[in-house]
Design a protein around this ligand. Structure first.
Ligand code: CIZ
Length: 366
């Protein structure tokens, strides 16, 4: 989305000035304001957050504060939408920089997914009433609504195996979007074959680039989307790290490619990675395949463990990075003056069905 440039006064702030002004507004607004910080945010933003977490945990944290008039989500657009869906109608959700999107979420839009569904309706041997759509939480609210309306569910990287197993009990196959890697890794975890049981849907090709026979045989139709940060990790990096740091344990996010997940010692969501390393022995050595802000923070907060990023070139999530402290300061000072800037709202009909999909996830994955 478009974000107007910051007024010069804010663009010129030093970090120290922004910090002091942010904390002033927080003190003045008290319980009227809740600030949420995603694990992938930089430290200069995280230090102001009332809660840290993954997208789902943060939306739940927000929903436990019905007294808060304003929820400022330091994350990306789909996260602010989820918070708007899970909080009260009178609460206002704000994204400090509207240009903070998610490139993976943007790889599937409603037009393309509807078009895919229509094409699937024409394929001999495919019955769309028996396809259960599952969307990763990293997706636009209107895709969550698409899924909710068709008996499907949302999943997170933590609960994807439970959500997908449930979906396969409800129907014959799963249409999984937007991240092909999380879909494939989940299918393999559930015992399916990455070649024989799965196909990839390329939204720019007729029938997604598949033959009707392949679509009819597949248990998993995986949308051709990926995370640009997680797709950078490779098996060669794992081998090189193991040779360089004897005894190192490798943990990667399930948005990485299948061969990387299979070569690693562990894989799981951000919350999983944090708990795994926090509960590990002092002196243990870890190479982590996820976003660099999270890896650096773990390394700083657990100095008695050796924690490195698996990718020597270190690639931050460029869209998460758009939440600069100056944007946070600008948003908060406007709120303090009674001006709401950068509100994220989900239209009521979308909110309803997206809420159905999120509630279904809660029930299925409880
Ligand atoms: O759900 C999230 O917040 C993301 C992007 C990943 C994760 O594993 O937490």
């Amino acid at each position: 989305m478009y974000q107007a440039p910051l007024p010069q006064e804010y663009a010129d702030l030093t970090i120290e000035e922004a910090d002091a002004r942010i904390e002033n507004v927080k003190r003045a607004m008290g319980s009227r304001l809740v600030i949420l910080g995603h694990h992938y945010q930089r430290d200069d933003v995280i230090k102001h957050a009332d809660y840290r977490g993954d997208s789902y945990k943060l939306a739940k944290d927000a929903s436990r504060h019905p007294e808060a008039e304003f929820i400022v989500f330091c994350g990306v657009h789909f996260m602010a939408e989820s918070a708007d869906i899970l909080t009260g109608d009178d609460q206002i959700v704000i994204l400090p920089n509207l240009a903070a999107g998610c490139s993976m979420a943007d790889m599937a839009n409603l037009f393309q997914v509807r078009n895919c569904w229509k094409q699937l309706e024409t394929v001999p041997g495919v019955d769309t009433t028996r396809i259960i759509p599952v969307t990763y939480i990293n997706s636009a609210a209107n895709l969550k609504a698409f899924v909710g309306e068709r008996g499907g569910t949302v999943c997170t990287s933590t609960n994807a195996p439970t959500a997908v197993a449930w979906a396969l009990d409800q129907g014959d196959k799963v249409l999984f979007f937007p991240d092909q890697h999380l879909g494939r890794n989940t299918g393999v975890k559930l015992g399916f074959d990455a070649e024989a049981d799965m196909c990839v849907w390329d939204p720019f090709k007729p029938l997604g680039g598949n033959t009707p026979e392949k679509l009819a045989a597949a248990k998993f139709i995986l949308w051709k989307g990926h995370c640009s940060v997680h797709q950078r990790f490779t098996v060669a990096q794992i081998e090189e790290t193991r040779a360089r740091i004897p005894g190192v344990q490798v943990v990667v996010h399930p948005e990485c490619e299948l061969d990387v997940v299979e070569a690693a010692d562990f894989n799981g969501s951000t919350e999983y990675i944090i708990k795994l390393i926090e509960s590990a022995e002092p002196g243990s050595k870890w190479a982590v395949g996820t976003e660099i802000n999270l890896v650096s923070r773990l390394s700083n907060e657990l100095p008695d463990r050796e924690i490195v990023c698996l990718d020597p070139l270190i690639c931050p999530c460029s869209t998460m990075y758009r939440i600069h402290p100056s944007f946070l300061c600008w948003t908060l000072e406007n709120l303090a003056k009674g001006n709401v800037v950068n509100q994220v709202t989900v239209p009521p009909k979308v909110k309803h069905f997206a809420g159905v999909a999120l509630e279904r996830m809660l029930t299925v994955c409880a």
